[in-house]
Design a protein around this ligand. Structure first.
Ligand code: CA
Length: 234
């Protein structure tokens, strides 16, 4: 028997709720779909059901979808795919910076929905490279490469799954520069090779979390050919 996969759909539009439910019934019956029609309900189900993945519409009646995402990320690493309306590029970028794993533009075909979900699930479950558990990367910053826990001076927080995978991948290249396309293919998959905005959004968010001064990075360095990871302490 195939393992059940639990997916939470946070979307106030009943037609989309029904369409997605039908797509899973027909094409992927192993999916157990939880439905939320509001942001509040979505956050509550995220806590109580701990789904394997969430699909989050940005236009919700009660709370702005990006706020819902920020709230979810404060307690959960579960992959989140956001639903946006065509042309809302800023929402996509903000969403990626806040820790969304991918986005789907409405209206979407069932094949795209299924492909995105499968790609996100396989990407977020794979470990890019094994690292020693805890490593100091700066005099005051220690990262646990297994759990994503970061201690930075007085602050303590957890990196998202994709953030951690990206950081691990850069760190596993031992100070060597890795090109944008190599990173996109390894972390997101071949079909994402041209999605530079994913990489830029994640680099920015990692820098905001890890660097003393995100505008003058000391850990994740931009090079003409890509990015490299630099370890100053340890
Ligand atoms: Ca909506």
């Amino acid at each position: 028997m195939q393992k059940k996969i639990s997916i939470l759909l946070i979307e106030d539009n009943q037609d989309i709720q029904e369409a997605v439910g039908l797509i899973f019934d027909v094409h992927w019956p192993q999916v157990e779909l939880h439905r939320a029609l509001t942001g509040v309900e979505g956050i509550a189900l995220m806590r109580s059901e701990s789904p394997d993945l969430a699909i989050l519409d940005l236009g919700l009646p009660d709370i702005d979808g990006l706020k819902v995402l920020r709230e979810i990320r404060s307690f959960s690493n579960t992959p989140v795919i956001i639903l946006t309306v065509r042309g809302e590029q800023m929402d996509k970028i903000r969403g990626l910076e806040l820790g969304a794993d991918d986005f789907i533009v409405k209206p979407f075909a069932h094949k795209e929905l299924l492909a995105r979900i499968k790609s996100v699930l396989s990407r977020t479950s794979k470990v890019v490279a094994e690292q020693d558990e805890q490593q100091p990367v700066m005099p005051k910053t220690v990262i646990d490469f297994n759990t994503g826990e970061v201690i930075k001076g007085e602050q303590q927080f957890k990196l998202g799954r994709t953030e951690l995978n990206l950081l691990k991948y850069l760190a596993s290249n031992d100070g060597k520069v890795v090109s944008d396309s190599q990173i996109l293919i390894t972390i997101w998959g071949e079909e994402y090779v041209d999605c530079a905005e994913y990489l830029q959004a994640y680099i920015r968010s990692l820098r905001e979390k890890l660097e003393e001064d995100p505008d003058n990075p000391q850990i994740i360095i931009t090079d003409a050919d890509g990015y490299k990871f630099q370890q100053i302490a340890g």
